[in-house]
Design a protein around this ligand. Structure first.
Ligand SMILES: NC(=O)c1ccc[n+]([C@@H]2O[C@H](COP(=O)([O-])OP(=O)(O)OC[C@H]3O[C@@H](n4cnc5c(N)ncnc54)[C@H](OP(=O)(O)O)[C@@H]3O)[C@@H](O)[C@H]2O)c1
Length: 270
């Protein structure tokens, strides 16, 4: 085993390490639990230290998983640098999942909230991917899942959120080309609506969404891992969203934009 592969283990442990951002709730929590069942030790990164510690204890109890907890706000440069240092020391699996949306008109929101969204949804993804790749490439082994969204594939609701997710899709697709033959897999995971605390936290009212449009965290994580196994760079969980994204791809872009403007459905979303 190379030094790089060694560094993808916690000290004294034999299991590979996965770093998950945003594992205190929703998709990140589902991903962390699933990776623990698959035999990974974990590096858990989010702001809520108490919930991180609670998750670490749960995973230890249920799966004998060893977890390293890093309390960090990914909107803060110093915190991102600390997490990047850990990613650069070697992990075998990186899940760039932390992210958030905002409600309210773009032109009314404080610039610091918009900047924080950009930093968590985009800067952290680029920075942690940049840090994690060299040891993965040296070990010729590794997986990176960047959590984007259907919103990054289909123009429509919101401005900065969709734009941040489009960046993640484009970044991941481009990087996938460069990683061919390195032994490192990368994926842009593009879920539709998922039952998590995302919409409540963003202040987005979702009661009118038809039941069939909701995905479960478990389905999203299972489909992502299934697609990763098949080396699929783009993962769109759920038949309904595969149909929507495929159909949208067939509609000329100017027409998509006209339809969106006609529906006025971007008001109040960023
Ligand atoms: N739910 C959906 O319908 C949906 C659809 C498509 C894509 N997504 C994407 O899926 C990802 C996960 O979202 P979710 O639905 O699981 O939402 P969630 O339940 O609100 O979880 C978000 C996670 O991100 C962490 N986080 C937020 N801001 C952070 C910051 N500044 N620094 C560090 N961690 C931060 C949160 O932890 P702390 O609060 O403890 O820091 C939490 O663990 C996001 O990237 C989101 O854009 C969600």
């Amino acid at each position: 085993m190379t030094a790089s592969a060694d560094s993808a283990r916690l000290p004294g442990a034999t299991r590979p390490v996965a770093l998950v951002t945003g594992p205190t709730s929703g998709i990140g929590l589902g991903y962390a639990r699933r990776l623990a069942t698959l035999g990974y030790d974990l590096v858990l990164v989010a702001r809520d230290e108490e919930r991180l510690a609670g998750l670490a204890a749960e995973l230890d109890r249920k799966y004998a998983t060893r977890s390293e907890v890093i309390a960090a706000d990914l909107a803060v440069a110093e915190d991102r640098a600390r997490v990047a240092d850990r990613a650069g020391a070697g992990v075998e699996f990186l899940v760039n999942n932390a992210g958030f949306g905002l409600s309210g008109e773009f032109w009314t929101l404080p610039m610091d909230r918009l900047q924080a969204q950009l930093d968590v949804n985009v800067t952290a993804v680029v920075q942690l991917t940049r840090a994690a790749l060299p040891p993965m490439i040296a070990a010729a082994k590794g997986s990176i899942v960047n959590v984007a969204s259907v919103a990054g594939l289909v123009p429509g609701r919101g401005s900065t959120y969709s734009a941040s997710k489009a960046y993640v899709v484009s970044f991941t697709e481009g990087l996938a080309g460069g990683l061919v033959g390195t032994g490192v897999r990368i994926q842009a995971l593009c879920p539709g609506f998922v039952h998590t605390s995302f919409h409540e936290r963003a202040g987005i009212e979702m009661s009118s969404l038809p039941k069939q449009m909701w995905l479960s965290v478990e389905q999203v994580v299972a489909d992502s891992l299934h697609d990763l196994e098949r080396d699929r760079v783009l993962s769109v969980p759920g038949v309904q969203y595969k149909v929507i994204t495929t159909m949208a791809g067939l509609v000329p872009r100017p027409l998509q934009v006209r339809i969106n403007r006609g529906l006025f459905n971007s008001r109040g979303r960023t």
